[in-house]
Design a binder for this molecule. Structure first.
Ligand SMILES: *Cc1c(COP(=O)(O)O)cnc(C)c1O
Length: 222
């Protein structure tokens, strides 16, 4: 089942890249494994996936103990990060997509042992929904500058999550906006697009698509 799903997702990414005149290898497929056990992650690893997205520090802390031997796997935190969990997050993740305040960036930087460095992205809130995390576009320039000044953080780019919709097209203006913001700051990476809207995201310049359901099926509710 995973193998077939992966083939389908690969075809969708390749087709979208071709239509946009982009190279497939410029787009990273991030397998979102939140709420799935480590056995599923291992199966995905064996199917060739190397980048995994997790939403909760505690959940992944437990699962990673069962992932010994997954050489070359990279783990990304894509859920909201509270400052009090930053030390643990810096230890167990390779990339943090959800920096939204300067205080969090400072803590991550200070907690890393030199010369260690951590790849980070800034989450931008582009919709009016209160529930969405992220820095506002107005506060983004200051945060980009602060994160850029921390010697142990490597700022890769921006991440966003549009308001939920069953359709892909409503996401487009959010993706367009994120791309414009990244270009304005000379940032290369755009973490945007999920199972239902990855084609639109790729058309708008996504370099990392975060895909859960289309690979692993529906998740358990909380
Ligand atoms: C769960 C999640 C995803 C994956 O969503 P699917 O619709 O299952 O592909 C992507 N990004 C974030 C931030 C998520 O929390």
């Amino acid at each position: 089942m995973l193998k077939q799903n992966l083939e389908q997702v690969e075809t969708r990414i390749a087709d979208a890249a071709a239509r946009a005149g982009r190279k497939r290898e410029d787009i990273l497929l991030l397998a979102v494994t939140k709420k799935f056990p480590a056995t599923v992650m291992r199966e995905a690893y064996e199917a060739g996936l190397r980048d995994f997205g997790e939403n909760y520090v505690q959940e992944f802390e437990v699962k990673r103990r069962e992932l010994n031997g997954c050489t070359g796997a990279r783990f990304h935190l894509i859920g909201h990060l509270q400052s009090n969990k930053s030390k643990k997050a810096a230890e167990i993740f390779h990339v943090i997509h959800t920096i939204d305040i300067a205080k969090l960036a400072r803590r991550l930087n200070d907690e890393l042992d030199a010369p260690a460095s951590l790849d980070v992205m800034i989450e931008v809130k582009l919709s009016a929904e209160d529930a969405k995390a992220g820095v506002s576009p107005e506060d983004l320039p200051a945060l980009v500058e602060e994160v850029g000044a921390y010697p142990r953080l490597r700022l890769l780019g921006l991440m966003t999550m549009p308001p939920w919709s069953d359709d892909a097209e409503p996401s487009r203006p959010y993706f367009t906006r994120l791309r414009a913001l990244a270009e304005a700051h000379g940032l290369k990476h755009l973490s945007m697009g999920m199972s239902h809207d990855l084609e639109v995201a790729i058309q708008e310049g996504a370099t990392i698509v975060r895909v859960g359901t289309a690979l692993f099926g529906p998740r358990k509710k909380d």
